[in-house]
Design a protein around this ligand. Structure first.
Ligand SMILES: [Zn+2]
Length: 231
């Protein structure tokens, strides 16, 4: 029978222990930046939610209820803000109430309003922007659709991710994203999309759009799309 060398046994045990603690230290050091990143507020994404219209500019009008687009946009923006904040996003809203952002003295209130929105977005250092709107066309038009600026690949990608979730979760979603020539898409450097949540000109869709349940489905789909975009 082979005799176990006690000295070798002790050295081996010591080597294993040293190796164990070295591995532990390496693991700890490599995880520290991740821990700091996860807890530092700087690592949070900042998203600007822009509730379209407001004040004298009510936007579209509900076919049956005559609800103004600007009020509904604000409700959706607030719902989306709650969902994104709960998920750890730093959320900035361009408007928090029914008022427009223009100065009462401004000659061109629409222009002044859009300029203020741009200023808020730039000041916030936004990672991306989501502008909320409701569409209006003929009474047969239906479907949520996401718009992005021309030749803007990051925005197109964000639009695609959100549209895919609409297609999965909503009954009337459009099948395609679309290029939109809107100030909020053209004037902003950060990836930005304009979400038309549905058609207020269609009585059936209007009924859906004003329901709490549908609002949550739309906002949840946007949240899922955002998460998918950031993956
Ligand atoms: Zn609008």
């Amino acid at each position: 029978m082979k005799k176990v060398n006690l000295k070798t046994f002790i050295i081996n045990k010591k080597t294993i222990l040293i190796a164990f603690f070295v591995t532990l230290s390496v693991l700890f050091i490599s995880f520290v930046p991740t821990i700091i990143k996860a807890t530092s507020p700087k690592s949070k994404y900042t998203v600007v939610i822009d509730a379209g219209h407001g004040g004298i500019d009510g936007g579209s009008v509900g076919k049956t209820t005559k609800i103004s687009e600007s009020s509904l946009n604000l409700e959706y923006a607030r719902c989306l803000k709650t969902m994104l904040s709960d998920f750890g996003f730093n959320v900035v809203m361009t408007r928090e109430n029914e008022n427009g952002l223009y100065s009462p003295l401004a000659q061109n209130k629409k222009k002044d309003d859009m300029k203020k929105r741009k200023e808020i977005i730039e000041k916030s250092n936004a990672d991306f922007v989501i502008s909320i709107h409701m569409n209006s066309y003929t009474s047969s038009s239906v479907g949520a659709q996401v718009f992005y600026g021309e030749e803007d690949e990051p925005s197109k990608m964000l639009a695609k991710c959100i549209q895919n979730k609409f297609i999965n979760n909503l009954q009337n979603a459009r099948k395609e994203i679309k290029v939109g020539d809107y100030y909020i898409l053209n004037a902003i450097k950060a990836p930005s999309v304009l979400v038309e949540c549905g058609y207020l000109s269609n009585p059936k869709e209007e009924k859906l759009l004003i329901s709490d349940e549908y609002k949550k489905e739309v906002c949840y789909s946007i949240l899922l799309g955002v998460l998918n975009y950031l993956e």
